[in-house]
Design a protein around this ligand. Structure first.
Ligand code: TXA
Ligand code: MG
Length: 330
């Protein structure tokens, strides 16, 4: 795997390998993606294979601007246009009716496609220089912790010979994935995945926005009829190899003599033996979000028997952090 940096030369080389059907580790403001040509069914299949991702879980397609993104749809709901105009480029993914000629696997057979215009300058340079829309899920093996720096991508994708290289633009500034929003009809605007764009901010433009509880999504006829549930919202996800126990703020776990523990704290450090990671000493959810996945990876590497984590205040980016922690929990 090549290790590229955001020089003109390296960006051109990475883009050329995308045009030839190769895959690359690609920086965005949220997490690193595993990118390939979204219009090439072979490249799309290679992404699923490299991640070990089940084929019922559709990918996000990235475009350099709104017009290029909308060109991949068969219809743009008015609510989608309003959100795109307000929040693109940025950490927002919109699920819209797909153009019929896109590779089937991209959408995992659904009638929709998920689209995003990323804000990261290097991400955008590659999109422009490659001249193709890029399908890019997070560049981790399926179910594992999302990568927020190039080293994580190298760790996750080593030995995958379809991955030509990783373009290293340093750590991601946001650290959690984009917020995924769909439009299942009758003017509904539904958050399928909380993420880097807080619901409170979306609500300013879409006052009626709903947050779907994935555990109940299957019982929502409005969503099911249109095949609109977000299949990637599997309960267990973002998981370290070490069992993780998630606690309410202020709680302590029962003592477990003989078991080693690592601690993932929001701001305050509890008493206890073992490695400690503090998400934000200032209690700032934005700082916590950028650090979340790297802290989880370090605790996972510490070879403890168990990771103890606490929920964070459930607003702003805290919502996305709690979502990822509850999916990581056993
Ligand atoms: O921030 C991000 O979104 C990153 C960067 C690389 O852009 N990408 C990312 O992709 O997180 P991935 O594949 O890990 O997550 C894609 C999510 C999944 O939850 C998937 O189910 C949902 O988007 N999704 C994709 N297409 C969909 C569709 N047609 N309908 C409903 N949900 C969809
Ligand atoms: Mg992912």
């Amino acid at each position: 795997m090549k290790h590229w940096y955001p020089t003109e030369e390296d960006i051109e080389e990475a883009s050329a390998s995308l045009r030839q059907g190769g895959l690359i580790g690609w920086p965005t403001e949220t997490v690193y993606g595993l990118a390939g040509n979204a219009l090439d069914a072979g490249a799309v299949a290679a992404i699923f294979a490299a991640k070990g991702r089940p084929t019922f879980d559709p990918l996000i397609v990235h475009a350099p601007d709104m017009e290029a993104a909308f060109a991949l749809t068969s219809e743009v709901p008015p609510e989608a246009r309003r959100l795109a105009e307000s929040f693109w480029p940025g950490p927002l993914t919109l699920v819209m009716p797909r153009r019929a000629d896109l590779p089937e696997l991209l959408s995992a057979g659904l009638p929709t496609v998920a689209l995003r215009v990323p804000a990261h300058s290097v991400a955008r340079k590659v999109l422009v220089s490659a001249g193709i829309p890029l399908a890019a899920p997070s560049a981790n093996r399926f179910g594992r912790i999302s990568p927020t720096c190039a080293e994580h991508v190298l760790e996750e994708m080593q030995g995958q010979d379809r991955v030509a290289g990783v373009l290293d633009a340093g750590p991601c500034t946001l650290g959690v994935e984009s917020t995924v929003v769909g439009f299942p009809g009758r003017g509904r605007v539904v958050v399928y995945r909380t993420g880097g764009l807080p619901v409170e901010v979306l609500r300013e433009v879409a006052p009626g926005i709903e947050v779907v509880d994935v555990r109940r999504a299957e019982d929502d006829p409005g969503l099911a009829v249109r095949g609109e549930q977000s299949p990637g919202m599997l309960a267990r996800h973002y998981a370290p190899r070490t069992p993780l126990r998630l606690l309410e703020p202020g709680r302590m776990p029962p003592p477990a003599p003989g078991r080693t523990r690592g601690w993932l704290c929001f701001s305050a450090v509890p008493e206890g033996k073992g490695p400690v990671e503090v998400l934000s000493t200032e209690g700032d959810p934005e700082v916590a979000a950028t650090r979340l996945f790297a802290c989880l990876r370090r605790l996972d590497a510490a070879e403890v028997d168990e990771i103890i984590a606490w929920r964070v205040p459930n607003h702003g980016l805290g919502r996305a952090i709690n979502d990822r922690l509850s999916r990581a929990a056993t």
